[in-house]
Every structure is written in C-alpha cells, then in structure tokens.
Design a protein around this ligand. Structure first.
Ligand SMILES: [Zn+2]
Ligand SMILES: [Zn+2]
Length: 353
C-alpha cells in the first residue's frame, strides 16, 4: 500500500478538498498509472452530491473521476500489455467477474459484478470503495487499462473515456455512416462528441439546439445544418427524414417532437438522463416502425476500438483545462452548462500542491 494525493468530498453538502488516500501496490495483473488528466463528467457531480441515491447511494468520502489519461509507472509481473512509460487510459470500469454472459460478450459495463472506477466496493480493500481519477495515481487490472495513441492531445482525450464511448457506441450499433442522416439533440459534453463522431463516420449531421447562439459552434464542430428546435416550421421541414437521432438532453423535453423526425425504421437513442419520465406517444413510434432506445457507455473492447478510431482521425473533446484547485467552481459552472464542452483537470496542479 502507498499514499496518493487526491480530492474528495466528505458529505453530500461538502466541497471537494485535498486529501490523502491509500492505493494498493500493483499485484501481478496490475498497472500503476500516474494520472496526467482527468475529465469532469456530470455523473461525478451527481455522485458527489448523492443525487442518484435511489439508484446508488454514495459512500463517503468519495473521490470522483472516470475519464483518466496518464502514464504507466509500474506494472505487475504478469502484465503483458503495458510497460513503464507507456500512455494509458481508464474509463468508468476497473473490474468485472469476467465469466458472466455479459462479460463474455464484451459488455463488462453490464456485468452484475462490475466494479466502477469510483464509489463501488473495492475487493482489494475489504469494506472500502474504489477511488477515482481526481488523484495523482491509480492502480488498475490490466484488462481494464486502455491504450491511447500519442498523437492525441491528452487533456482533450480524457473525456473520450466516458463522453466519447457513450456517444460512439450507439452510433456504431445503429450503423451511422455514409448516406445516413443523423441528428444530435443538445450540444453539451456528450452532444459535441456525437457531432464529431457522426461527421467522422461520414453521415449528414444536423444539430438541434434551443439557442441560436450555438449555431456557429455547431458548424465548427462538424454539423452540416443547425435547427433551432423552438422553431416549429424549421422542425417540420425535417419530418420523417432521419435515420438516427442521438438525444443527449438531460432536462425534461418533448421527445415526440424528435421521434416524429425519424424516417422508416429510424432510431432515437437517449444518452441523457432526464429526472422525470418522458411522455412517449405510441403513435410517434408506430408510424414508420420507429425505434426508441437507450445506451450506457460501452464494454472494454469497444472502448479500445473507439480510442483507436479517435487516434486515427485525431478526434478529442473540446476542453477547458483547469487546475484541481478550481474543481468546486467548475462544478458550479457545470450546473449552468457554462463550459465548452468538457472540463479536464491538469493533474500536475495536484502534484505541486
Ligand atoms: Zn461519465
Ligand atoms: Zn461479468
């Protein structure tokens, strides 16, 4: 065991503050990573404030962070995939049973015995929970450590581990590609990645936004068209024409307005998590054999595929890099969607503290 600097929250109402945590020494299958950047995901904030308590109650202290990019500092004797000095990345998962049908199919993200990167029971520390990426280092089983190509900007690459795979996975599943018309609803951390992937896959990309001010930015990110969703005429022009729509809105909204834009067999996948149930009109689905589906991150194999794709196409998130000392301020700004489009913490700021 060794000590590592970290930032943690002591309760649902406490700010994140500097602390010291205990990490395990790498076992034979483990990779120890010096964390260089960690993205800030909205679920970090939900967990820190125990806002998803019905679904998963937070154990305190909590060290959030599951968009981790760093450099390998030590490996166990059985590690073959990595050596000290390599770049490495860790996303939302750090362990699973490896034997259940989900794991065998490459969907460790749905394993009933999975270990999340932060806040779930840690089998290496009985009675303890895992600590995430708001820390100077982390130790992870090599099966859950990903490779990352060195041409990528590392601060911008960190959010690929959650925002990236969350948007990449459903687009691959629903075969977004050439000659497909794709919509992205909500231009935030998830949505802006959706635009980049849809464009890279060769689709015709349309961004829906409530704010005309975002038009220019949407086009810069790769959209071919931008529709102001409050303009019913503009919406009507696109009725029945989409193959796929990625809905990344986490607030209450009229889902039927978007389902009606899908063509025959079209699919709308929701990746945002509005707090209240959405009122889906059966007719919006029955007409044209439409599909309404959800998606939750991705398995390890697909996450690696996504990172490789990003390396080849030089895709990263648009980030605002902050020192960890600004974490509480960043959370407040996140609540106001005041970030383009993801915060990435430069962990050098923690080392020097
Ligand atoms: Zn996340
Ligand atoms: Zn499993």
């Amino acid at each position: 065991m060794y000590k590592a600097k970290a930032y943690s929250a002591a309760s649902a109402t406490s700010p994140l503050t500097r602390t010291t945590i205990t990490r395990r020494e790498p076992t034979e299958q483990d990779v120890q990573i010096e964390i260089l950047f960690c993205g800030i995901c909205h679920s970090d904030l939900h967990a820190a404030r125990n806002e998803w308590s019905e679904f998963m109650s937070t154990t305190y202290p909590i060290v959030p962070g599951h968009e981790i990019v760093g450099r390998v500092t030590k490996v166990g004797s059985a590690v073959t995939k990595f050596k000290p000095g390599d770049l490495a990345a860790v996303g939302c998962l750090v362990d699973s049973d490896g034997t259940c049908p989900e794991c065998r199919a490459g969907f460790e993200n749905f394993c009933p015995n999975l270990t999340l990167t932060f806040g779930t029971p840690d089998k290496h520390f009985l009675g303890g929970v895992t600590y995430g990426g708001y820390s100077e280092s982390v130790v992870v089983d090599q099966r859950f450590v990903l490779r990352i190509l060195s041409n990528l900007n590392l601060a911008g690459a960190a959010p690929l581990l959650c925002a990236g795979i969350t948007t990449y996975s459903p687009m691959r599943r629903w075969e977004v590609g050439k000659d497909k018309k794709v919509g992205v609803v909500g231009l935030g951390g998830l949505g802006h990645m959706g635009v980049k992937f849809a464009r890279a896959f060769g689709a015709h990309v349309v961004v829906f936004t409530t704010s005309p001010k975002k038009k220019e930015d949407a086009l810069r990110l790769g959209a071919h068209e931008v529709v102001v969703s409050r303009d019913a005429n503009e919406m009507q022009k696109h009725a029945g024409s989409f193959d796929f729509i990625l809905d990344a809105v986490s607030a209450d909204h009229d889902i039927n307005a978007y389902l009606n834009l899908l063509g025959r067999d079209g699919n709308l996948t929701i990746v945002g998590a509005p707090p209240k149930p959405l009122g889906v009109a059966a007719f919006a689905l029955i007409m044209r054999n439409r599909n309404f589906s959800g998606s939750n991150i991705g398995g390890i194999r697909e996450t690696q595929e996504m990172l490789d794709f990003c390396g080849q196409h030089n895709i990263t998130a648009d980030v605002e890099v902050i020192p960890i000392q600004k974490i509480n301020e960043a959370y407040e700004r996140l609540l106001k969607s005041d970030v383009k489009y993801r915060f990435s913490i430069d962990m050098a700021s923690l080392k020097s503290e």
